[in-house]
Design a protein around this ligand. Structure first.
Ligand code: ATP
Length: 422
């Protein structure tokens, strides 16, 4: 039986008052029930790193559901969701904060299939089932002990030395999602993967364990990586460990992948202003070489809507032709009609892949896409046109005239239309 390393650092005063108040109540309930409560996982790690993190994960040495119900008496709770099978509870507070409570247990499986029912254990065993040493530290919620880090696996040391390290040799095989998580944390904090850990990671990749990750978990990890501030290092590591090659999809990371990532990240604010999510452009960038069937399947499973997927896949397939046509497009209307059916995500992908047409894309993004047609069907009918199949073309022609002649009035457009169509 190992003793934890107890490190005295004053962690308590780092939390905002709102959270300290919650801890006080948890402590009271913990004493009353005679069940210890611990703050665990990412929040402890980020607390030491001085990074804001309000994901309150609590492990109870005992029955987390009964514990949560008792907290209910003292906190302003909006609702509680419980999972009898996993012995977990999520408390949603009126203030918008959530508290996750779990009963300390032996195994980490989010979706246990053939596992025995969860059995309670002590905190050290609960920490042992976690992914990396830096994520396997706890703080006991007890003001006599608080501020003391419970660290059985030298997580504090690894955190200070910027190392991602597994807790035991079979870790990646037990749960291959950790392969992607190792890359995610290494990238996010700019840490190194510890050398033995890296050996086991490479071994697990080469032995084909990536294909055992469920799509949903893979998806969640990838989205988290792409939402991070700087996913460059993740790209590097994906490449270094040949992660994508193992998935049997046509995903290759090229210098232009890095380039597009860089530009998307530099222009995040502008992209968000245009109602586009930067991480979605990055995702499309990674998958831009897929054939359209694979692309559709994957984007569907990433949660994009059908209509949007259809547009993305058309856009991706046609983007080289569009680029060629844009190069010679010498009128606003040409640029407009080449781009106006293409989702903005693809337009950004094009913009950042082909600097030679960036000006034209900017013209579209900043100006042309916002132009409101001044001539519609109603106006045409009032001006002597009759309802017919042709009217659609005439409306389009009117917009073309408007786009190419910035100062045209309605009158002038109608005059030109008249010469052509009547
Ligand atoms: P963040 O939410 O900031 O991305 P996090 O560490 O909170 O980081 P989560 O995915 O929310 O990440 O996981 C919470 C904790 O649960 C982790 O700190 C880790 O201790 C444990 N954990 C999560 N996934 C695994 C896994 N696949 N294997 C082992 N432990 C895991």
């Amino acid at each position: 039986e190992k003793n934890p390393k107890i490190i005295n650092i004053n962690l308590l005063n780092k939390f905002p008052k709102e959270i300290i108040d919650i801890f006080n109540i948890i402590e009271k309930v913990s004493k009353h029930r005679n069940e210890k409560a611990y703050l665990v996982g990412g929040i402890v790690r980020d607390l030491i790193l001085n990074i804001k993190n309000l994901d309150i994960d609590i492990v109870i040495e005992g029955d987390a559901i009964a514990f949560a119900k008792e907290l209910n008496v003292f906190l302003n709770i909006k609702k509680i969701i419980t999972h009898e099978k996993f012995k977990t509870a999520i408390i949603f507070l009126e203030t918008g904060l959530n508290i996750d409570l779990a009963s300390s247990r032996l195994e980490y499986y989010e979706y246990p299939t053939s596992l025995p029912t969860v059995s309670y254990s002590s905190i050290d065993k609960d920490l042992y089932r976690r992914d990396f040493t830096i994520n396997a530290m706890a703080l006991e919620i007890d003001y006599n002990n608080f501020g003391k880090l419970i660290d059985y696996y030298n997580g504090y040391y690894d955190l200070i030395n910027k190392k991602i390290k597994i807790l035991h040799n079979l870790s990646f095989i037990e749960d291959p999602t950790r392969i992607i998580r190792a890359i995610r944390f290494a990238s996010r904090y700019n840490f190194d993967i510890e050398s033995d850990t890296e050996k086991f990671l490479i071994q697990a990749v080469n032995d084909g364990f990536l294909n055992k990750i469920s799509f949903d978990r893979l998806k969640n990890e990838i989205i988290k990586i792409l939402k991070d501030k700087n996913p460059h290092k993740a790209l590097n590591l994906f490449e270094k460990f040949n992660i994508f090659e193992k998935f049997n999809l046509n995903i290759i990371i090229t210098p232009s992948t890095y380039n597009i990532f860089k530009k998307v990240l530099e222009n995040k604010d502008e992209i968000i202003k245009n109602n586009v999510k930067p991480w979605q452009i990055l995702l499309i960038t990674l998958f831009r070489r897929l054939n359209s069937e694979d692309l559709k399947t994957i984007f569907h499973r990433f949660g994009f809507k059908n209509k949007f997927i259809r547009k993305i896949s058309i856009g991706i397939n046609e983007r080289k032709i569009i680029v060629e046509k844009l190069k010679t497009a010498n009128k606003n209307s040409k640029i407009y009609f080449l781009l106006n059916n293409i989702p903005l995500e693809i337009i950004y992908l094009i913009k950042y892949s082909y600097p030679e047409i960036e000006n034209k894309i900017n013209l579209y993004l900043n100006q042309l896409q916002n132009i409101v047609p001044i001539i519609n069907g109603k106006i045409l009918l009032k001006n002597g046109y009759t309802e017919s199949k042709k009217i659609k073309n005439i409306i389009k022609h009117a917009l073309e005239l408007q786009l190419d002649n910035e100062n045209y009035t309605i009158k002038e457009i109608l005059k030109e239309l008249h010469e052509k169509h009547i």
